[in-house]
Each structure stands twice: as structure tokens, then as C-alpha cells.
Design a protein around this ligand. Structure first.
Ligand code: SF4
Ligand code: FES
Length: 382
């Protein structure tokens, strides 16, 4: 689809509050639900340490206060501690979003000394076999548990993130028990968002409604039990879009508060946006300020002037902003469409069809397409 100018919404967007620094697409794991681009293997041109520091300075000068280091696996970057120290100096609140592969006690100490505020570790399952099938590594689960204990022992507030899907959601009781045992302060039980590799594997990942309802009920029982014994461990259960009646207010609105810098310096309104048929600017070529305020890409879906019916006339358009542009594109091929997750969307039947397709998909976790360089090269050629 060709790019075309579009009437804008609010003429003066606010400042970006969040910077997500995707330091690399390299990762030792192969999670079939990864949201990284399918063709990540084509990306070799990572920003240097100095380029990242410059991008962080620019974002902080614009008013950003939260900085997430993610990937791929950010620990693959040997300059992570340097970047954290610089971020701390600039006054960011910093969060490391990691699989814990590449972590050890020495690095935990170095990150603490550099001023890292927060570590979020992902777990694949409560059970080592399911974790191995999903992550493509038989040893990763034990390593994650050891590092979660080490992170807690180092005095960090710890969030554990568990991506839920049909192959692990029935084990939610064991998953929460494990997180409790590890001393987590908060647990994100995040039903899989279907972008990137997760979209490729979506019929093999989407749980049934019965699985979802049972998992929510178990989570609620855990909340009550934790509260009864005075244990402060927050449980956040994120419902999958495909079972919702309304879409999420993705990223708090396009170009509203959130900015991602991809490993090669491409600047995106969300981590998934490079799938869209648009050109996104690079911090190597333009300042973040120019990109945020003036670029076509960041202005494309700001405000509500771009919205088609039914969003255009809907009272809820300033709450959910018409839903997620990436999801609309993945499902309909049109990035301007109302997110089909919305029950009012003319394309809502696509969601119902996806649920039916998923019910017919009998693949095991071992049979899903792993996110690895070999598989990615297929999409580089496509
Ligand atoms: Fe949101 Fe559009 Fe659905 Fe209204 S019609 S609830 S604005 S997605
Ligand atoms: Fe890109 Fe929602 S993930 S707009």
C-alpha cells in the first residue's frame, strides 16, 4: 500500500514518556511466541554503544523517564552495564527485560553498581519439559530459576513474566506456586499477544475459552490465598485480545507516550510496527525530536482523523484509539481498519474464525515453528 498524507489529529502531541531500547535481536532461546520480526536474521547493523548513548540522551532531553532494555536478549550486549550506567546518570528509571540467559552473579552485581532499578525475568512454564519445548532449550528453565533467586538475593524488586498459551495455561497453579516460591514481588500472567512469531504460530498457541476461564479463576483463588497469608505478590492476568469484546488501547495510543528504538536504529511507535507497509525513520538519520513530532510515520495514526467507521463516530474512540494498528494489519491487510478484535468491527468474524481454526489445531508445543536464525532466513528471502 502506498503512503499518502493524511489529515492529523491533535497538532501538538505530548512528550514521549517511555523509551524501549531493543538492543539486539540476537537471543539464545527460540520461543515460538516471540514478537520479534520474522526476518530478524536480516538485521546485522546494531547501533554502537555511542549511538545508543546519544539516543538515550535525546529521549531524556525530550522528557522520557522510563527506559526498558529489551531485545532479543539484551544481555547478549557486552556494553549493557555501560548503557545502564549512562541511563542512570541521565535520570531514567531503568528496567531490564530478560530471559536471564547470560546472567550470573557477577553481572547482577555489575548491573546493580551501574544503577539498574528493576529486573523482569521471563519464565516459559512451571514445568521443565514444557519450558524446554517452548524455548527450544533443555537447560534454560533451571538457569532462569537460579537467576531469579540470585536477583532477589541481590535486593532487586522482581517481576516475573509468564507468557500464557494453550500449552502452559493449564499449569497456572504450578506456575504461580513457583513464582511464590521464588519470592516474586509481581507476576505478569500475560496471555500471548499474537505478533511476529506468535502470529505465525497463532492457531497452535491460542487457548480455548474454557482454558482461559479456568486460569482466571485459579488466579483469583491465588490472590485470595496470598492476601490471607499477608504475602504481597501482585498477580496481573492479561486476557488475550482474541477473547475480548473491545481492543486494548495499544501503547496508550499511536505516538502518544511510547517510542521504541530497534537494534538498527529504526524508530517505531511500538515494537511490532515494522511489519506495517510504511517506512519508519532512523535515529541514525534524524533526531528523535524530529521523528517524534514531525515524521509522517509517528503522525500517521495520531488523533482520530484517520479513523474509518465505525470508530470515527464511536464514543469509545478516545479510550481505545481504534485498537491496535499492527493487529488490524495482520488480520485484514489494512493498517487503517478498525481492530477486528472489536465486536463492532465489520471484520470481527476474522477473530471468530481464528478461534475456530485454533480449536482444530492439534499440534504439540514441539511442533510449533521455533524463532531461530534458520527459520528466520526463510522470511528474509520471502
Ligand atoms: Fe474502539 Fe473503534 Fe470499537 Fe469504538 S468501534 S470500541 S473506537 S475499536
Ligand atoms: Fe503496534 Fe499495537 S502492537 S500498534
Amino acid at each position: 500500500m502506498a503512503e499518502r498524507p493524511v489529515a492529523q489529529g491533535p497538532s501538538s502531541p505530548g512528550r514521549p514518556l517511555w523509551l524501549l531500547a531493543e538492543l539486539t535481536y540476537r537471543c539464545p532461546l527460540q520461543c515460538s511466541y516471540c514478537s520479534n520480526p520474522l526476518d530478524f536474521a536480516a538485521q546485522h547493523n546494531e547501533l554502537s554503544t555511542d549511538e545508543w548513548i546519544d539516543a538515550m540522551r535525546q529521549a531524556r532531553a525530550m522528557g522520557a523517564v522510563q527506559l526498558g532494555f529489551s531485545g532479543g536478549e539484551p544481555l547478549v550486549r557486552q556494553d549493557l552495564e555501560t548503557l545502564v550506567a549512562e541511563a542512570r546518570k541521565l535520570g531514567f528509571y531503568t528496567n531490564l527485560i530478560t530471559s536471564a540467559l547470560g546472567l550470573n552473579e557477577t553481572r547482577i552485581g555489575a548491573l546493580r553498581e551501574a544503577g539498574l532499578d528493576h529486573i523482569q525475568i521471563s519464565l516459559q512454564a512451571g514445568d521443565a519439559d514444557v519450558a524446554a519445548a517452548v524455548a527450544g532449550s533443555p537447560k534454560a528453565h533451571a538457569k532462569k530459576l537460579a537467576m531469579a533467586r540470585a536477583v532477589k538475593a541481590a535486593g532487586y524488586p522482581m517481576v516475573l513474566n509468564v507468557v500464557l498459551h494453550r500449552h502452559n495455561i493449564d499449569d497456572i497453579d504450578a506456575i504461580i506456586a513457583l513464582c511464590d516460591d521464588l519470592g516474586a514481588d509481581a507476576v505478569e500472567l500475560a496471555n500471548c499477544q499474537l505478533y511476529g512469531w506468535a502470529h505465525l504460530n497463532r492457531t497452535g498457541l491460542l487457548p480455548s475459552r474454557e482454558q482461559l476461564e479456568a486460569a482466571e479463576a485459579t488466579t483469583q483463588r491465588w490472590r485470595e490465598a496470598l492476601s490471607a497469608r499477608g504475602r504481597d505478590m501482585r498477580l496481573l492476568f492479561v486476557v488475550p485480545d482474541y477473547y475480548a469484546e473491545r481492543p486494548k488501547a495499544c501503547m496508550g495510543g499511536w505516538g502518544a507516550i511510547f517510542m521504541t528504538v530497534a537494534p538498527d536504529g529504526t524508530v517505531l511507535p511500538c515494537h511490532s510496527a515494522r511489519i506495517l507497509p510504511m517506512t519508519f525513520p532512523s535515529v541514525r538519520e534524524q533526531s528523535l525530536e524530529t521523528i517524534w513530532y514531525e515524521s509522517f510515520a509517528f503522525n500517521r495514526f495520531r488523533g482520530d482523523a484517520w479513523m474509518p467507521a465505525p470508530c470515527r463516530d464511536c464514543d469509545e474512540r478516545h479510550q481505545d484509539f481504534g485498537g491496535c494498528r499492527c493487529q488490524a494489519y495482520l488480520l485484514t491487510g489494512d493498517p487503517t481498519a478498525t481492530d477486528p478484535v472489536c465486536a463492532l468491527s465489520p471484520d470481527h468474524s476474522l477473530i471468530e474464525a481464528a478461534r475456530e481454526e485454533a480449536a482444530a489445531d492439534q499440534r504439540s508445543a514441539h511442533e510449533l515453528t521455533p524463532r531461530n536464525t534458520h527459520e528466520s532466513k526463510v522470511f528474509c528471502r520471502a
